[in-house]
Design a binder for this molecule. Structure first.
Ligand SMILES: [Zn+2]
Length: 476
């Protein structure tokens, strides 16, 4: 019953990344295309990765004191139009619906600032109501997307959006940056995806925000993937929505606000970053199954093998373990199947292993096989899973480091972008200049790293004063 030829990945990751990516996501059973244009279906295996991400991040939110809530998907037109910059920025992406008896159209949320801040204007009265910090997990509709790229771009996706209100600018700045640090940890420590962290340029700033901070991953095909953003919204939304509070000084004040989010796109980042020609490679900390036990059974002694598998699974109680006891598939077929699904470790148990009181462990990332005494299996598995997690991050981090090219002339800049590298270049920061760069190269600034030494250089494109450098590249 060899089905490998049908199920396996038929293209090389390096040669045809988009096709490879689509095959890995669909054949790995993470997601599927849907009959509705621009939308996707998240399958149980993919959704359990999202559950892992939600579980981890909910822990962070609880620790910080942010509470979860839920607001409607429908946003009244008049709310949407209250903050002019915001309305203008999102206008092309909004889908509108109108019921038979309704007078006014409703927007399907492309983001929830407006509907949430309308409530905040009624909930906030005094400094005692602050800080107010709420997060919601929900779906988002951005209608301009026509062709779906599973997890990366679709008309509807899942995300979290945090919306907080503070008395002072300092508190607001602190949490805007604190959340960005949490995003960085989630990407690097849990998904093993290295990121570049910093500020967005004026052109890339969220519509209606004072400033936007971002974490950006760099994919093996030479494109950036924005993985999470955190915006200081200043007092503009408070003004537009009439949110004010009575301070300790008995005067009325406008509060400061931020919003921040990441989406199911993170699953796509991990898939693209780590996978290989055999399929997915999932980082152990987020893998729904950390190790799969494959019994190597013959007609004789089958019971004994299955009993041993169950015993080993019990010994590994604290890990996410699955026993593949499917009938009618050869061990070889099962190996391929679990490699395609990216399970970090495979544990093989056959008659010879029982005889020698050992198991054979195979690593998904390196293909290495290791004999382990069955008394030591728990400690060894913990050690190897850690090692895989670190190896995936280090490997990706090396690639990222080697992709960065410092450029000081327009020629060098063009060469870096054409070579699918990251150009780190002095930049004046103007919207006009960045639009021209994008027009000419289809690359733009992805991130301006924090803590740069301020020294005057010349902008890579227009030659005007540049006090900082930015990472430039193409993006998803
Ligand atoms: Zn410039």
């Amino acid at each position: 019953m060899e089905k490998k030829d049908i199920r396996g990945i038929t293209v090389n990751k390096e040669q045809d990344m988009p096709e490879w990516y689509g095959q890995v996501v669909v054949k790995g059973e993470l997601a599927d295309y849907s009959p509705v244009r621009g939308t996707m279906i998240i399958r149980p295996y993919g959704y359990s990765i999202w559950e892992g991400i939600m579980g981890y991040f909910n822990g962070i939110l609880k620790k910080r004191g942010v509470q979860n809530a839920y607001f409607p998907v429908f946003i009244p037109k008049k709310f949407f139009e209250k903050e002019a910059e915001h309305a203008k920025g999102f206008a092309p992406e909004v889908a509108w619906v109108k019921g038979k008896d309704e007078e006014e159209s409703l927007a399907l949320r492309p983001t929830s600032e407006t509907i949430i801040y309308d409530s905040y204007s009624r909930w906030i009265r005094s400094h005692r109501d602050l800080p107010l910090r709420i997060n919601q997990w929900c779906n988002i509709i951005r209608w301009e997307v026509k062709d779906v790229k599973l997890f990366l771009r679709s008309r509807e996706f899942l995300w979290q959006e945090g919306h907080c209100v503070y008395e002072s600018r300092e508190e607001c700045d602190k949490e805007t940056l604190g959340i960005l640090d949490e995003y960085e940890k989630l990407l690097q420590e849990i998904l093993a995806v290295p990121v570049i962290k910093g500020m967005k340029s004026r052109m890339e700033t969220f519509a209606g925000a004072e400033y936007t901070t971002t974490i950006e991953a760099f994919m093996p095909d030479g494109k950036f993937l924005q993985c999470g953003t955190s915006h200081n919204l200043g007092q503009g939304f408070a003004k537009a929505f009439g949110i004010s509070f009575l301070g300790k000084d008995k005067e009325s004040h406008l509060p400061w606000q931020n919003s921040w989010g990441f989406s199911t796109r993170l699953i796509g980042a991990a898939v693209m970053q780590h996978g290989d020609d055999k399929g997915l490679i999932l980082p152990p900390k987020i893998a729904p199954i950390q190790a799969v036990i494959v019994p190597i059974v013959f007609d004789e002694g089958k019971e004994e093998i299955l009993k041993e598998c169950a015993r080993i699974r019990k010994a590994l109680g604290s890990f996410r373990i699955h026993i593949d006891s499917r009938e009618g598939y050869s061990p070889g077929w099962k190996y391929n199947d679990w490699e395609l699904k990216g399970v970090p470790l495979r544990i093989e148990i056959g008659p010879k292993d029982i005889e020698k009181k050992r198991v054979v462990i195979a690593r998904r990332d390196t293909g290495e096989k290791i004999d382990v005494k069955d008394s030591a299996v728990k400690a060894k598995i913990a050690e190897i899973l850690d090692d895989i997690q670190n190896h995936l991050f280090t490997r990706a981090h090396e690639k990222l480091k080697h992709s960065i090219v410092e450029t000081s002339s327009w020629e060098q800049f063009l060469k870096a972008i054409e070579g699918k590298k990251i150009a780190f270049s002095p930049f004046c920061g103007s919207v006009q200049c960045e639009e021209a760069i994008k027009e000419k190269t289809s690359a733009n600034s992805r991130c301006i790293p924090f803590g740069q030494k301020e020294e005057l250089k010349r902008c890579i494109h227009c030659g005007k004063d540049a006090y900082s450098s930015a990472y430039f590249g193409k993006c998803y």
